[in-house]
Ligand binder design. Structure first.
Ligand code: ADP
Ligand code: ADP
Ligand code: MG
Length: 658
């Protein structure tokens, strides 16, 4: 076994690999960019080396710098994690040339599966079923259109080099084809430096079922059953679970065997995932087809570990060190059920735009059956440079319902202050009756999106907790919430008026001390409240005799209350301060993120209607459309296609039509 390894990655996956290495007695080396000097993965490692500036292409994607770091520290092997260099055949070759073990498959296997087109051709040749479509070399728009017509609309245009759901477009009719092809090619070029595409029949309401496979260097290949990753947004996984609900034993066996057959076609060594797409045919039969193979450890590998009782990183290290599998296929158990969600810094209300900022408050759940993988701590920043995932939360149970119920509670016990997240959205998915009934397919979020984003009315408990918190801070100096000695709210001589804004709504609260309790007027409704500070930012609040425990976090004028299963954010409004002018009201349209303008759709002097697309900005590898907030006339355009824009930069000035 190795005595020292380097982890060529960052964030949660770097931390996760280090934990297993440490348990196995292996020393760890981290690499980091200038933006990550204070990151958790650097603090966790035995040694760490700076490899370049913040931009990933200058640091985490810089092969020479990573190899130099491994050499300088005497690391015998490199674990690439996922993303970054994990599926880069040149990197695997550079490791070999430097006599460093690449913890992953051979460069040949990476290459064979790296192009979706070539992989499909190879799979078809080996008798693995593939989705009907076109994956040839002729990339002329006319051929691609003709092939789409042959396959039959709707079709899916996919980047051959694709990954992470990027470079994909659904096309429902011939006349939309040209525009969709442009978009897919542009996104593919930007994300992968390669704009070749393939065409597939777009399957209706399919399921994404993928199989974890593993090979050793001695010709043994096994699978560790399947995962269902059908809950997706824009072809990106949001929720993953193992095993796939509702598969009968014969289908389970068939998907496992197909995956092993696919892996065998490339003499696969190490951890890999064969992604299949499963659709119900008109004859009522479930059919599955090969979609792609990811030649690395997958983000969602913990759900497989949970139901097979394995540590896949340990398996990776053992295989890379040349050890032989001791277990045969029949000896790999499958028990219980596990569900994972990806907690992202993003704003569901604004089209899931990636969010950045400082994690002023962060509470991640724990308890029976709960596992959390995270690469950040309270006080850390989510920067625009890398994937904005904050944590993966995984719940395991004896069966799906137990895992689901545990996950519901775990999400209700999670709090993030300072950065907008998809936390409430995740909670709504896991609690949705259709999800609970295992009715999962890739159309789930499109069907239920609006309902999952609904903003329910603020419960009195949340408003009262925020108000009491502020009333207290105004009256006394000491912070009662960091004390755990049963301190009671009994200060505050005179009635206090507060204005707490939640979303667009301002809530007026009056708080008056009455003995050891408070009389609160919540938007005019009178209630009697009591509060007791507990540990860990929690308080027990009693409203008219009903007691609940909530969590409170505060930063500047923002108060976050976790109550009734979700987070309620309040801004305390200083009623005496003048109102701030909104961006849209003043006609300025600003960039939501640092990024690059990819397309300009309007010119100065042009009339636009509310909702009309005016500009497309690419940020964090995704395209975001800047739409007109109201009818008007374009007064000025400040950037051209190709220009870089800063967060908050004015893009377009809009004025009222005369
Ligand atoms: P797949 O390639 O099938 O999407 P994963 O879900 O494991 O498989 O994700 C693979 C890669 O996509 C990882 O490199 C991950 O960093 C990246 N990725 C996943 N989600 C996002 C996201 N929201 N934004 C940017 N990159 C992402
Ligand atoms: P990526 O490399 O971005 O992960 P995939 O080929 O794995 O690309 O596809 C990502 C997702 O897109 C799948 O999980 C599935 O939900 C959807 N998808 C892919 N191919 C099809 C298809 N032919 N029909 C319908 N949906 C598809
Ligand atoms: Mg995929």
């Amino acid at each position: 076994m190795f005595s020292k390894i380097l982890i060529a990655n960052r964030g949660e996956i770097a931390c996760r690999v280090m934990r297993t290495a440490r348990r196995m007695g292996i020393a760890t080396v981290a690499v980091y960019s200038e933006a990550d000097a204070g990151a958790l993965h650097v603090a966790m490692a035995d040694e760490a080396r700076l490899i370049g500036p913040a931009a990933a292409r200058d640091s985490y994607l810089n092969i020479a710098a990573v190899i130099a770091a491994a050499r300088a520290t005497g690391a015998e092997a490199v674990h690439p994690g996922y993303g970054f260099l994990s599926e880069n055949a040149e990197f695997a070759e550079a490791c070999a040339a430097a006599r460093i073990v690449f913890i992953g498959p051979s460069p040949e296997a990476i290459r064979a599966m790296g192009s979706k087109s070539a992989a499909k051709a190879l799979m078809a040749a080996h008798g693995v079923p593939v989705v009907p479509g076109y994956h040839g070399d002729d990339q002329s728009p006319a051929t691609l259109l003709a092939e789409s017509e042959r396959v039959g609309f709707p079709v899916l245009i996919k980047a051959s080099a694709g990954g992470g759901g990027r470079g994909m477009r659904v096309v429902t009719a011939s006349d939309e084809f040209a525009r969709a092809l442009d978009g897919a090619k542009r996104e593919a070029k930007g994300a992968f430096g390669d704009d070749r595409v393939l065409i597939e029949r777009y399957l209706q309401a399919p399921r994404h079922v993928e199989v974890q496979v593993f090979g050793d260097m001695h010709g043994n290949l096994v699978h560790l059953y399947e995962r269902d990753c059908s809950i997706q947004r824009r072809h990106q996984k949001v929720v993953e679970e193992a095993p796939a609900p509702g598969l009968d034993a014969a289908t389970r066996r068939a998907v496992g065997e197909t995956a092993v057959q696919a892996a065998r076609a490339v003499n696969y060594v190490g951890a890999g995932t064969v992604e299949l797409i499963m659709a119900r045919e008109p004859d009522g039969q479930d059919r599955f087809y090969f979609m792609e193979m990811n030649t690395r450890l997958q983000v969602e590998h913990p759900v497989t570990e949970a139901v097979t009782g394995t540590d896949l990183v340990e398996w990776q290290l053992r295989v890379a060190a040349g050890e032989r599998f001791t277990r045969k296929q029949q000896q790999i158990p499958l028990h219980g059920h596990a569900i994972e969600v990806r907690l992202y810094a993003e704003n569901p209300a604004r089209g899931f735009l990636p969010a950045t900022g400082t994690l002023h408050g962060l509470h991640l759940p724990d308890g029976a059956g709960i596992r959390v993988e995270s690469g950040v701590r309270p006080g850390d920043a989510v920067t625009p440079f890398y994937d904005p995932m904050i944590a993966k939360i995984i719940a395991t149970g004896r069966d799906r319902e137990e895992a689901r119920a545990r996950l519901v509670r775990a999400l209700a016990d999670t709090a993030v202050l300072g950065v907008t997240t998809n936390l409430d959205f995740l909670g709504c998915i896991i609690e949705h009756p259709e999800f609970a009934a295992s009715a999962v397919d890739t159309g789930f979020l499109d069907r239920h999106g609006a309902a999952l984003l609904a903003d329910p009315p603020v419960p009195d408990t949340a408003l009262a907790a925020a108000a009491l918190f502020r009333a207290m801070a105004r009256t006394g100096g000491a912070d009662p919430w960091s004390r755990s000695d049963g301190w009671r709210l009994n200060l505050g001589p005179a009635p206090q008026s507060l204005c707490l804004q939640h979303g667009e709504t301002e809530h007026a609260v009056e708080a008056t001390r009455v003995g050891d309790a408070w009389e609160l007027a919540l938007d005019g409704r009178l209630v009697i409240a009591r509060a007791v500070a507990l540990d860990d930012n929690r308080i027990a609040i009693t409203l008219d005799g009903h007691r609940e425990t909530v969590r409170i976090m505060k930063h500047a004028a923002t108060i976050l209350v976790i109550a009734a299963g979700r987070g309620w954010m309040f801004e305390e409004i200083d009623v005496l301060a003048p109102p701030a002018a909104g961006d849209t009201a003043s006609g300025r349209l600003t960039s939501p993120m640092p990024g690059r303008v990819v397309q300009l759709l309007v010119a100065p002097g042009e009339r636009v209607r509310q909702g009309q697309a005016m500009m497309v900005v690419e940020a964090m590898k995704m395209e975001h459309t800047i739409a007109a907030p109201r009818d008007g006339v374009v007064a000025a355009v400040h950037f051209a296609a190709g220009d870089l824009v800063d967060d908050g930069a004015e893009l377009i000035a809009l004025e009222d039509a005369s």
